[in-house]
Design a protein around this ligand. Structure first.
Ligand code: NAP
Length: 530
């Protein structure tokens, strides 16, 4: 990204004050028109000062409140964000190139998640300590007992976020962190940093949070990880490549900074072997695959990348998906006829086009996105890619198709010959965020869930009885776990109050019953497992 020095430079909110970088900065662009919008930069910021300020001022102020009071802060943030929604939709259209319904996934999804944690926190009321389990006798003397307690860590939570969810990616992490009493410093991905910066600006200007509770640093990530100390935590969302750098940083490798990683994922959809062409399970899979390929132009870490169907249905599924995709108009999100907007940048466009070429070394093209004309957008400028469905008759012999995540409107159809083979092929993703199962048979769903749960953070089963109420393969709901083992990063987020575990330290207090009575009142008891 080149710098356009005449453009506004977004200020960072750091060390309790607005600070503008002293460098030329990086320019954020409209991915549809190529228009230069704003610049971001953090050159010259005193990183040590900002981290200390958040840790000491923000942390102390948040910990002085109980869970119910911190929940009220989340409720106040919700009100601020709701009052400014129009501005957020405008920024999303300009900087992310999304159609309104895709902007909603990010903006309203973030606000909904905050509201959910405000309610959950309210239920914890005046508690100032969380109990993990019951008291346990330590020996013959019943008076001497152990009680596991959870206390908010006295550090700062650093979020290094991905470009695809500048709103939700902030709030799904900040809600449990702030509720726990841990101050937040967010570093949004540069390409779409504007929305994150603007939301933080609105919250700061509304004065609803104590000083130091929420900071935003835009631009380069250089030096941020170096600031982390043993009681801090870092939550990273992004590519597997950057995840490797974060994991091997001395803060994590030597200072034991707790680290949560949400990385890329080759999520699967599985059709019941007993499904029939045009049957309910068949139709449910086809609709969900089309939705997943097109929502946010496929730029969702949870999007379906691999579709597994009984071999006899390969051709019929390809045709049904193709027929629905043909109705997807792609182009300028400001045009009312457009259903799918752009990728976030021309860099991502190049990456997706190169990714499709890579997948094509092992797959045939079933639906050709490159043949689709854009609506109201210049193909030489706009980062628009139409949906592309690939397929292979030989998923067992394929390698790249199980390894390469193309972060766009791209999925690969694969036939399987037996149920056991389908599970084996799905596991070749080496750990994913979500697998969805399509069936009319509860016994098959239960079997598939048992087979897939250990390698997936979430198993989403769609049957005709839940067709209208199901929340979507790719939609991350705050009450359900988000994350996945292995290649997906090994992280865990959300899952209701489980999310608070990451921001708390567990300790076993061994003491007399009388002392434990004092320590634990008022308290809230629930099982939180970091
Ligand atoms: P990325 O290139 O890895 O960047 C992610 C973040 O890391 C950005 O804020 C980036 O800053 C920062 N960064 C880059 N290099 C860094 C370094 N050396 N040290 C510290 N931070 C560094 O990923 P992306 O391209 O933005 O995101 C796409 C990927 O994210 C996809 O693979 C997708 O699957 C994954 N994702 C996963 C989830 C999930 O929940 N599992 C959710 C969303 C996305 P700059 O932008 O300034 O370079």
């Amino acid at each position: 990204m080149t710098a356009h020095t005449d453009l506004p430079l977004l200020p960072n909110f750091f060390a309790g004050r607005w600070q503008t970088g002293t460098g030329r900065g990086q320019t954020l662009l409209d991915p549809v028109t190529g228009e230069a919008l704003v610049r971001v930069d953090n050159t010259g910021l005193d990183l040590a000062e900002g981290f200390t300020f958040a840790r000491e001022q923000g942390g102390a102020a948040l910990r002085a409140l109980n869970y119910g009071q911190r929940a009220a802060l989340l409720g106040a943030i919700v009100k601020v964000l709701q009052a400014n929604r129009d501005a957020y939709y405008d920024i999303a259209t300009r900087n992310a190139g999304t159609v309104t319904k895709d902007s909603a996934v990010d903006i309203d999804g973030g606000i909904f998640t905050l509201g959910y944690y405000a309610k959950q926190g309210e239920a914890l009321g005046e508690a100032s300590v969380l109990l993990d389990g019951e008291r346990i006798r330590m020996g013959k003397d019943p008076v001497f007992q152990t009680q596991h307690v959870l206390q908010p860590t006295r550090g700062v939570a650093l979020f290094i976020n991905a470009f695809n969810f500048p709103s939700w990616g902030l709030w799904e992490k900040a809600a449990p962190a702030l509720l726990s009493g841990v101050p937040v410093i967010v570093k949004p991905a540069t390409a779409t940093a504007w929305l994150t910066q603007r939301m933080v600006e609105d919250v700061v200007k509304a004065g609803v949070l104590p000083a130091g509770a929420l900071s935003v640093v835009c631009g380069s990530s250089a030096g941020l990880m170096d600031q982390l100390q043993p009681f801090d935590v870092v939550s990273f969302t992004g590519s597997a490549e950057t995840a490797r750098i974060i994991r091997s940083h001395p803060a994590v490798a030597q200072r034991s900074v707790r680290c949560n990683i949400e990385a890329d994922s080759l999520n699967s959809a599985l059709l019941d072997p007993a499904a029939s062409e045009g049957g309910e399970a068949f139709n449910l899979l086809v609709s969900e695959v089309v939705r997943e390929m097109t929502v946010k132009s496929g730029q969702k870490c949870t999007a379906i990348r691999r579709i597994f169907v009984p071999r006899a249905l390969y051709g019929a599924v390809a045709q049904a998906i193709g027929a629905k995709l043909a109705k997807t108009t792609v182009g300028n999100p400001r045009h009312e006829g457009v259903r799918m907007g752009a990728l976030v940048s021309r860099e991502q466009y190049d990456s997706v086009i190169a990714g499709i070429q890579h997948l094509k070394t092992e797959a045939e093209v079933l639906v050709d996105g490159s043949a689709v004309a854009l609506v109201d957008a210049d193909p030489a400028v706009a980062a628009c890619v139409a949906p592309t469905l690939l397929g292979t008759q030989d998923p067992v012999g394929a390698k790249v198709l199980h390894e390469v995540e193309v972060f766009g409107p791209v999925a690969t159809l694969m036939p399987y010959d037996s149920e056991a083979q389908a599970y084996e092929l799905i596991r070749r993703g080496e750990g994913s965020l979500v697998a969805s199962v399509y069936s009319e048979d509860p016994a098959f769903i239960a079997r598939a869930a048992a087979e897939l749960a250990d390698s997936h953070g979430r198993v989403h089963a769609i049957s005709p009885d839940v067709a209208a109420s199901q929340t979507g393969h790719g939609n991350v709901m705050p009450m359900s776990l988000h994350g996945g083992p292995g290649r997906a990063g090994g992280g865990e987020e959300l899952g209701g109050l489980r999310a608070l575990g990451f921001y708390h330290r567990r300790s076993a207090v061994q003491a007399s019953s009388a002392a434990l009575d004092v320590l634990c009142a008022p308290r809230a008891a629930f099982g939180v497992t970091p």
